[in-house]
Design a protein around this ligand. Structure first.
Ligand SMILES: Nc1ncnc2c1ncn2[C@@H]1O[C@H](COP(=O)(O)OP(=O)(O)O)[C@@H](O)[C@H]1O
Ligand SMILES: [Mg+2]
Length: 429
């Protein structure tokens, strides 16, 4: 859970008249493509949330509104990924509320915000909630506009942490399957973790995202990068092609009528715009080493290096990892994905040896399976669409959980909130 938005709140907001009266008109930024789940105990709050969720400013968000208590919410998310924002409307008193939020902390994924709507007008309670990493406490009954403005404020406030996590996927060698991994990973995050993804095919001359998703869109990527100064949220929304409800992508022009030379920071505006509206941004990078590729690799949150288990891939992957660690010494080390493992008769480096030589975590060793990958690709399908039960699909799901930190099943999730709690418990002790 995230607490930074709460830093900018003032105590006086608790119990004071709502900042916005219902039906008062004012400018509120649209809520980005986040997933929101609300749990309401009172009929009035339920109705307000239902109405708010159909507001035009909430049209990009995926909102589910439930009649249920905080404990029912906790039970639901014990074995499921939590949405980007949880809204809990409760009639609990202060102590009971804090106790139940303790149990919610154990099931919340990192990055999930929690907003509470309560009936207790008490500054001490407000402080206790903020100290626990709750993003906002509103005193009910709440108005529709107040609700939308609060949600929008989480993402639009100046200085707010960028919404989107950026993941770059690059191959150690041409043809090792980097794009295949990037596309399947994006699909799995959208379908299995139910998180919105924006994918950019950065291989402008040869990219295959359009083919892989069986879509023949306009030249989204070219339009997006040809005039970065013109790129804003509205323009980007027009360029993104939808693969499913939660996955959109920018297709590469894949034409050779012009060269594609860009300056080092040419893609910055695009990446910033993408991450301000979508929780996960995946960049499918070409296998090249030029100024903008290197710069993107330097600036994203997570890098995945895809390699085949042979000597040339090992050398290149080692060079890539070394260069990246130098470029981003304070970031998490790149992850490895070994692909096309166990090609008959090919002498191969064992996955353990490969990852040990690079000192990186191997997210998955994906078998060489030309039947599976070839047919899925000919059909314009992802592995999980082509064969829902195939073990390779499970590998992509595990990979998605590690890189997003979401949806870990069967063990207590390490949310920001739970780590704040443990610190508080320790300092008490
Ligand atoms: N595990 C695999 N087994 C068999 N074929 C694969 C596998 N992974 C990818 N491929 C195939 O390899 C080819 C190159 O993949 P691609 O993702 O375009 O590589 P890159 O982006 O690294 O150049 C594609 O035809 C793809 O279907
Ligand atoms: Mg590629």
């Amino acid at each position: 859970m995230n607490s930074n938005a709460s830093d900018q709140l003032h105590m006086s907001e608790v119990g004071s008249t709502p900042a916005f009266e219902p039906n008062q008109s004012y400018e509120t930024a649209a809520v980005p493509r986040v997933s929101i789940a609300a749990f309401c105990e009172t009929e009035a709050a339920y109705e307000t949330l239902i109405k708010a969720s159909s507001d035009r400013r909430m049209s990009k968000a995926h909102t589910s509104v439930n009649q249920g208590s905080l404990s029912e919410c906790v039970a639901l998310y014990e074995n499921a990924p939590t949405p980007n924002l949880l809204i809990i409307e409760t009639t609990l008193d202060g102590q009971a509320l804090l106790r139940e939020l303790d149990t919610l902390a154990d099931v919340c994924d990192p990055g999930t915000r929690v907003m509470v709507i309560g009936q207790i007008n008490d500054v001490e309670l407000y402080r206790a909630l903020m100290a626990r990493g709750i993003s906002e406490y509103l005193l009910g009954p709440i108005g529709i506009h107040q609700l939308i403005a609060t949600i929008s404020g989480f993402y639009a406030e100046p200085g707010a942490e960028p919404l989107g996590k950026t993941i770059a996927v690059i191959g150690a060698k041409g043809g090792c399957g980097a794009s295949t991994i990037a596309h399947n990973l994006s699909w799995v995050i959208s379908k299995r973790l139910e998180t919105d993804v924006a994918l950019a095919d950065c291989d402008l001359p040869f990219g295959t995202a359009g083919l892989d998703f069986n879509q023949d869109p306009l030249q989204g990527m070219w339009e997006a990068v040809s005039a970065p100064e013109r790129l804003d949220q509205t323009f980007l929304d027009r360029l993104l092609s939808k693969c499913n409800e939660r996955l959109s992508f920018l297709a590469a022009p894949a034409s050779l009528d012009k060269p594609y030379d860009f300056s080092e920071e040419h893609f910055d505006q695009l990446v910033e715009t993408m991450r301000s509206s979508t929780p996960t941004v995946v960049l499918d990078l070409p296998h090249t080493w030029n100024a903008w590729v290197r710069h993107l690799l330097e600036t994203v949150d997570i890098v995945i290096v895809v390699a085949e288990p042979d000597l040339a891939n090992l050398r290149n992957a080692k060079n890539l990892v070394d260069a990246l660690v130098q470029l981003r010494p304070n970031d998490i080390r790149p992850y490895l994905v070994l692909n096309k493992v166990t090609i008959p008769k090919r002498p191969e480096i064992k996955p353990d040896e490969f990852s040990k030589a690079l000192d990186v975590q191997n997210l998955a060793s994906i078998p060489f399976d030309p039947g599976l990958f070839g047919t899925a690709s000919n059909n314009g399908q992802m592995i999980g669409e082509f064969d829902q039960k195939h073990a390779v699909g499970g590998l992509f799901e595990d990979m998605a959980r590690v890189v997003t930190g979401r949806g870990e099943v069967g063990r207590k999730k390490q949310s920001a909130l739970s780590s704040i709690f443990s610190k508080l418990k320790k300092s008490k002790a």
